[in-house]
Design a protein. Structure first.
Lengths: 113, 113
């Protein structure tokens, strides 16, 4: 099992450009999450999907949209990138109901110029 | 949502020394998770604690949750360079109803050979 995979690993964008970060998990988990990690701020939840077909805002959702494409895939979209969105983005997944442990992907480093 | 305070923010120890990292919450912790992160990589799950007074160990790492379920400690015995990284605590933000995690800002551990 690959666990949680994320693409791309690195990305440089110009202000105003759009892009989609992809996340997939092969553990048959129900819940998926998107976080951003910034120096001095720790990990902050952007959006999450408790189960296929549902999505909810986290702590810092402004400027982002998400799509739970199916049980395996959860994408994060930046419609008009801003320098404040320069960060490392992590996707995570967990089994709903019986277990809450979240398993993380390797991250995507995004630089917005 | 609850806030998690980690201390110390950073720690430098000599190989072979013991060390402790603390994670304190302003509210009751329904589930407390410890993760380790190496620079440029994703988070690796270490341990989860749920019950007051619970203690778990894995190799040379021991995590405890106090009886009041508001503080957790992570203790490393006879530290090695491989223990170096960022340690993060995360806690269930919802009392178990929606599985979102709130994270502390992390403790950077350096182990000098």
């Amino acid at each position: 099992n690959a666990g949680v995979t994320q693409t791309p690993k690195f990305q440089v964008l110009k202000t105003g450009q759009s892009m989609t970060l992809q996340c997939a998990q092969d553990m048959n988990h129900n819940s998926m999450y998107w976080y951003r990690q910034d120096p001095g701020m720790g990990l902050r939840l952007i959006y999450y999907s408790a189960s296929e077909g549902t999505t909810d805002k986290g702590e810092v959702p402004n400027g982002y949209n998400v799509s739970r494409l199916n049980k395996r895939e959860f994408s994060l979209r930046l419609e008009s990138a801003a320098p404040s969105q320069t960060s490392v983005y992590f996707c995570a997944s967990s089994v709903l109901a019986d277990q809450e442990t979240q398993y993380f992907g390797p991250g995507t480093r995004l630089l917005v110029l | 949502s609850q806030e998690l305070e980690q201390s110390p923010q950073s720690l430098i120890v000599q190989e072979g020394k013991n060390l402790t990292i603390n994670c304190t919450s302003s509210k009751t912790l329904y589930g407390l998770y410890w993760y380790k992160q190496k620079y440029g990589e994703g988070l690796i799950f270490l341990m989860m604690l749920q019950k007051g007074g619970e203690e778990k160990s894995h190799e040379k790492i021991t995590a405890k949750l106090d009886e009041k379920k508001q503080q957790s400690s992570l203790h490393i015995t006879a530290s090695q360079p491989s223990h170096a990284g960022i340690y993060l605590c995360g806690a269930d933000d919802s009392g178990g109803s929606n599985y979102k995690l709130t994270f502390g800002k992390g403790t950077l551990l350096t182990v000098n050979p």
